[in-house]
Design a binder for this molecule. Structure first.
Ligand SMILES: Nc1nc2c(ncn2[C@@H]2O[C@H](COP(=O)(O)OP(=O)(O)OP(=O)(O)O)[C@@H](O)[C@H]2O)c(=O)[nH]1
Ligand SMILES: [Mg+2]
Length: 399
């Protein structure tokens, strides 16, 4: 009995391939969707006793021993030879074995992919040395592979390195639009959302403090909607008492309209939201409810620059399609590199409003500009360049 793997763009052509090569007696062990198409595992030939024993599912043996009848793959009685039909059913139902084979095939596949990406990277180095060098520098700065490749892809390989680097740098700046101090300049109803602990409450406090300094304490109010974290309301109330800013709290987002009605005379109302895990459906629900508030709310996504790119990518995916006004980057002082955060910002397509680099309220906040973001990226990259392993570059190249 011979096991073989087939790959095709869709099920129809996969089956056609199998039929042409192996005829009608072939057994399909498994089918699954893989990148770019369908993968089939087939078996053909005389039933192999050892293989059959291996493939015969435990469930069949257990059911044969119990009174429960089994329609699909009844174990053969006595010493009767295994009928091809029974073998076929057994092969179909032997999930554990098939899964083991799939795992092994997967391991071989990723080994092959690794080797191929190694070849591809060496080929690329040889063919486009300038682009390869630029890709290496961007990777050292922590720029995510997809963004690095798209920035480098636009460079003419005949350029001299410094000119090419300037082009890449300018292209990165152009992909980081920023907002000109929207909260201080326009006031309104503003909310900060994001994952837990990224610095939302600290940032709303900084924004409230700055607004109070510029326009007066009585022009601004804070509303704590965080009924998740113990002491969250209290934390904001204590801050409000210290600096003389009104702080109200609600027990749920549904109470907001009544509370906001009490604050109609304020030019700026800041909402402190609870932190959410990106996969939590309450995250999107809360933002959708906020978007329906009368008068509209400007919601900013808060990203901690200290988080890794994949964590930020998940948050960005979770807010996809929601009407956000922009984003803010926090904890720049804690981050070793700004590359992952800037890559997440580009992926989010959200303009950046503010950045924070310290815990001091209200001082440690500044208005974001593309020039400052890119200058910080370089400064941090020079201070602690990321080690660039060749496998990282090879993988970046194939992504
Ligand atoms: N180093 C540094 N720490 C910060 C910064 N911003 C906030 N923090 C600290 O990060 C911690 C969490 O800040 P919070 O503002 O409570 O974070 P949060 O997003 O409101 O947290 P949850 O409400 O629990 O989701 C606090 O210790 C802050 O002082 C920053 O820019 N730099
Ligand atoms: Mg908070």
């Amino acid at each position: 009995m011979k096991v073989k793997r087939y790959f095709a763009a869709n099920m129809r052509s996969a089956l056609e391939q199998v039929r042409q090569e192996q005829g009608p007696d072939v057994v399909i062990l498994s089918n699954r969707k893989v990148d770019g198409g369908i993968e089939l595992l087939t078996a053909i030939g005389e039933p192999d006793a050892e293989l059959l024993e291996k493939f015969t599912p435990r469930i069949v043996r257990e059911r044969a021993a119990s009174p429960a009848p089994l329609q699909m793959a009844e174990a053969p009685a006595g010493d009767a030879p295994v009928a091809p039909a029974a073998a076929t059913e057994a092969l179909w139902t032997r999930q554990e074995t098939v899964m083991q084979m799939q795992r092994e095939i997967g391991a071989i596949k990723s080994l092959l992919e690794q080797q191929l990406s190694g070849f591809a990277w060496h080929e690329f180095n040889h063919r486009s040395p300038l682009q390869a060098r630029l890709l290496r520098v961007l990777t050292q700065l922590g720029i995510a592979p997809q963004l690095a490749r798209s920035l480098v892809g636009a460079v003419d390989d005949r350029r001299e390195f410094t000119a090419a680097w300037r082009q890449v740098f300018a292209a990165l700046q152009a992909r980081l639009p920023c907002l000109d101090d929207p909260v201080l300049n326009h006031g309104g109803l503003v909310a900060l959302c994001g994952a837990t602990g990224v610095g939302k409450t600290t940032l709303v406090s900084k924004l409230a403090g700055r607004y109070a300094l510029a326009h007066g304490n009585d022009r601004v109010a804070l509303v704590s909607t965080d009924d998740q974290r113990l002491g969250a309301h209290q934390q904001l109330r204590t801050f409000g008492r210290l600096v003389g800013i009104t702080v109200l709290s609600v027990q749920g987002i549904d109470e907001l309209p009544d509370t906001l009605a009490e604050l109609q005379d304020r030019d700026l109302i800041l909402l402190d939201l609870p932190g959410f895990a990106p996969a939590d459906p309450a995250f999107r629900r809360t933002l959708a409810t906020l978007a329906r508030l009368p008068g509209g709310v400007q919601t900013y996504l808060t990203l901690s620059a200290g988080a890794d790119f994949h964590a930020m990518e998940r948050v960005v995916a979770a807010v996809d399609g929601l009407p956000l006004a922009g984003c803010c980057l926090t904890k720049l002082d804690e981050a070793a590199t700004l590359g992952p955060a800037l890559s997440a910002v580009v992926a989010s397509r959200l303009p950046v409003a503010y950045v924070t680099a310290g815990q001091q309220v209200p001082d440690d906040i500044s208005v974001a500009t593309p020039e400052h973001l890119c200058a910080d990226l370089l400064k941090m990259g020079k201070a602690s360049p990321l080690p660039v392993e060749s496998t990282v570059l090879e993988q970046a190249f194939v992504l």
